[in-house]
Design a protein around this ligand. Structure first.
Ligand code: ADP
Ligand code: MG
Length: 358
């Protein structure tokens, strides 16, 4: 299947300019996650050819398809609300994508039944749309998209109207189908857990722009801004209030400067942040070990999470979440010193507006 590339694809709405460059290697799944109103649907609709871009290019398999219709691009799209035709049965909806391919009606309906079976809906061909559950409708919508034999499929929050248990199952089904057909796919969601679970690569979008794109673990472990770290919730960001003999100071802690990794060229000014993973802090009686970070924090609340406990901790006046093994978690109300290994500490730059829903 072809690769997909968005090259400075741009749309200017009165309230927001959306502009993005992204590459999706063939057969892989890129997830775009971001708060509601950041421009995800606009970006997908421009990619599919459903909305004219103001600038930039869409490349499919390396060729510029910018002037072409959705069908000519070989790009299919699955929407949140399935958008099925209520007057056609399930098979009719799927066969709709097969019109004009020089086949008889019977052949088209037989093909539609095969496609329905391939998405787990064997024998559903003659079922009325209003007799189907939300999950079944989404599967019909996927089969209808697959009917046009797209090399590339764009999913725009396909599961957001479904309940959580069904979402979990269907997202895995979509992932399996995408792999089985070798499709190149872009999957938009505002559900972070879903994003991390299905993505080969994850792009986080805010206010019309891509903030960072990488594998889920790269973004989780090495976010390059405090806003992104907070959106992902992967670890605390403690504001730096000064530095002193090779260490940066936070309100109630200090961290080694030399070994800390920081984005290239980042000035270590006050206003920057110390970041580490939410599971990286360990209880420590020892005075600061050279090279490791340490801070004092009070446990305000402990949320039991099965094999672990998520503790809401106050360090200085910063509230953050740390994750501990269930057997070694602090008790609510207790204050203690924690250590963070040097290799897990990162510094993040100043200027970190939180991601905004519109
Ligand atoms: P998302 O899918 O991330 O929720 P959208 O792409 O639907 O975001 O919309 C992002 C923003 O773009 C909207 O908040 C709005 O300001 C603007 N926008 C989207 N569609 C239109 C439109 N048809 N006319 C004017 N502005 C629009
Ligand atoms: Mg949208």
């Amino acid at each position: 299947m072809p690769s997909l590339e968005l090259d400075a694809l741009t749309k200017t709405w009165p309230e927001l300019t959306i502009r993005a460059s992204l590459t999706v290697p063939d057969g892989s799944l890129l997830v775009i996650a971001g708060p509601s109103g950041c421009g995800k649907s606009t970006l997908l609709r421009m990619t599919a050819g459903l909305l004219d871009a103001d600038g930039g290019r869409v490349l499919v398999g390396g060729s510029d398809v910018s002037g072409r219709s959705p069908k000519e691009r070989g790009i299919g799209m699955v929407f949140q609300d399935a958008a099925l035709f209520p007057h056609l049965d399930a098979g009719g909806n799927v066969a709709y994508g097969l019109w004009g391919r020089g086949r008889s009606k019977r052949e088209r309906l037989a093909e539609a039944d095969r496609l329905l079976a391939s998405v787990g809906l064997e024998g559903f061909g003659r079922r009325r749309i209003d007799s189907l559950s939300g999950g079944e409708r989404q599967r019909v919508a996927l089969a209808r998209t697959l009917a046009i034999q797209p090399g590339i499929v764009l999913f725009d929050e396909p599961l957001s109207s479904l309940d959580p248990a069904l979402r979990k199952r269907l997202r895995q089904d979509i992932r399996d189908e995408q792999r089985r057909f070798g499709l190149t796919a872009v999957y938009v969601t505002h559900d972070l857990e879903e994003a991390l679970a299905v993505a080969d690569k994850l792009a986080v979008m805010d206010a019309g722009a891509i903030l960072q794109c990488g594998t889920p673990s790269e973004l989780w472990e090495r976010p390059d801004s405090a806003g992104l770290a907070r959106f992902l919730g992967s670890g605390p960001c403690l504001p730096i209030v000064g530095h002193e003999s090779g260490r940066v100071l936070t309100a109630d802690g200090n961290f080694p400067l030399a070994s800390a990794s920081a984005p290239e060229g980042m000035p270590l000014a006050d206003g920057a942040y110390v970041f580490f993973g939410r599971g990286d802090a360990v209880l420590s009686d020892a005075p600061a070990v050279a090279g490791s970070g340490c801070f004092t924090a009070r446990c305000m609340r402990a949320d039991y999470a099965g094999d672990s406990v998520d503790c809401h901790m106050l360090s200085g006046d910063i509230l953050c979440t740390l994750r501990f093994p269930a057997a070694r978690s602090p008790k609510p109300g207790s204050s203690a010193r924690y250590a963070v290994p040097a290799e897990n500490i990162r510094l993040l730059p100043k200027d970190d507006a939180d991601l905004q829903s519109r």
